[in-house]
Design a protein. Structure first.
Length: 392
């Protein structure tokens, strides 16, 4: 890994060749790019399909593509041709990391398999994001976010809260898998620095999201034989929802024994403190519906601001209920510098959010806005030759 410029971004000097499309892979490389990696996005002649997703000023520059691909360079290669596959190998030979989200068969056909790309370059960190484990029963199946939400049990968890299975209202499987891939890649870079060999990483989305959804919900199935069903009662209760106040909605989380004592005193119901059904976490879990009903009734008696003042003064967690459109005027987000604006050379002014991580108290600066299709092909392929990576 060659040290890069001191620009305040911890992954400066890391080069990533990115053969991913749509959401899961591009989110992984977005995280790496935001933290300073030089990400070269290899696209087919028709471009990443996400270029057509969402409103746009120019054709091929849809909102979804702009949001997932800032800070990257776009290189067009036709990997159906020998020249395209040779150019890909040349790019990867001078890179630290290669990422793709193809199935194993298509990856091999376009020269993007691990054997081809790690030949003569054992230091390469190779990461494949698949729907299912490549050597498993479903290894050759296509998969998208909806499929993985369904197969992982996440959609079934939503069924606990409504009358029918539903998907979570964000690309949860894609983005959780993208985060897992970014974590695995940064871990692999450390391993490579220790051993001199870049590991081959596989990120099966089905496995990642199933594990993600089960951690707390294993519950009684943690034990063999089981001590109960696989379902965390509080999280799966239909009464667990924002509460209506006299002028809006609020989220309240009364959790510890001390919090509940304080909360009952705020309500003027100190007699509830001594009731056995509310005396401990396990007791409260067994009487969740009664507890949630008490909180709901109380919240309706005052405004959101009045309750926030009372609850925060008592050290009880509470927050304002924001709809998506409210986020653009949210005082907290404005205070911490969440939002930023960037001038795109073809798309005009873009609203974007900053990196939500701080290093030594500061957020790493963002890279350039997302590229047009093939914007950097000539610069990257015809620029000064780069020697293959050598470990120190």
């Amino acid at each position: 890994m060659t040290p890069g410029p001191s620009d305040g971004r911890p992954l400066s000097g890391v080069t990533v060749v990115d053969l991913t499309t749509v959401v899961a892979g591009p989110y992984a490389t977005l995280l790496l790019s935001d933290l300073g990696a030089d990400v070269i996005k290899v696209e087919p002649p028709q471009g990443d399909p996400s270029r057509g997703l969402g409103p746009s000023v120019s054709e091929g520059m849809g909102a979804v593509f702009l949001n997932f691909n800032r800070g990257k360079k776009s290189v067009v290669l036709d990997l159906r041709t020998a020249d395209g596959r040779e150019a890909l190998k040349g790019l990867v030979d001078s890179a630290d990391v290669f990422v793709h989200n193809l199935r194993s068969g298509p990856a091999a056909r376009c020269g993007a398999d691990a054997a081809s790309l790690k030949a003569g370059h054992p230091e390469l960190v190779y990461c494949a994001i698949h729907g299912f484990q490549a050597d498993g029963e479903h290894g050759d199946r296509s998969a998208y976010d909806d499929i993985i939400q369904a197969t992982s049990g996440i959609a079934a968890q939503q069924e606990w809260l409504s009358d029918a299975p539903t998907y979570v209202g964000t690309a949860l499987a894609d983005k959780v898998s993208g985060m897992a891939a970014a974590l695995a890649i940064t871990t692999a870079l450390h391993q490579r620095d220790v051993t001199g060999i870049g590991p081959e990483i596989e990120v099966p989305m089905a496995d990642v999201l199933t594990a993600f959804g089960l951690l707390e919900h294993l519950w009684g199935r943690t034990f063999d034989p089981p001590l109960g069903e696989a379902r965390y009662p509080r999280l799966s209760s239909r009464a667990r929802r924002p509460y209506q106040t006299s002028d809006g909605w609020i989220s309240v989380m009364v959790y510890s024994d001390d919090n509940w004592r304080q909360f009952f005193e705020i309500l003027g119901r100190p007699e509830l403190v001594g009731e056995q059904r509310f005396a401990s976490l396990n007791a409260r879990t067994a009487h969740l519906e009664e507890l949630f009903a008490i909180v709901a009734e109380a919240m309706s008696t005052a405004t959101t601001d009045e309750w926030l003042d009372r609850l925060h003064a008592a050290g009880i967690a509470a927050g304002r209920y924001n709809r998506v459109d409210d986020l653009f005027d949210d005082e907290y987000l404005a205070d911490v510098g969440f939002w930023d604006r960037a001038e795109h050379p073809t798309e005009g002014t873009l609203l974007q959010f900053t990196t939500p991580l701080l290093f030594d108290g500061a957020k790493p600066p963002l890279g350039a806005p997302a590229p047009s299709l093939g914007e950097h092909t000539e610069q990257v392929l015809d620029g000064p030759s780069v020697e293959p990576r050598e470990m120190p």
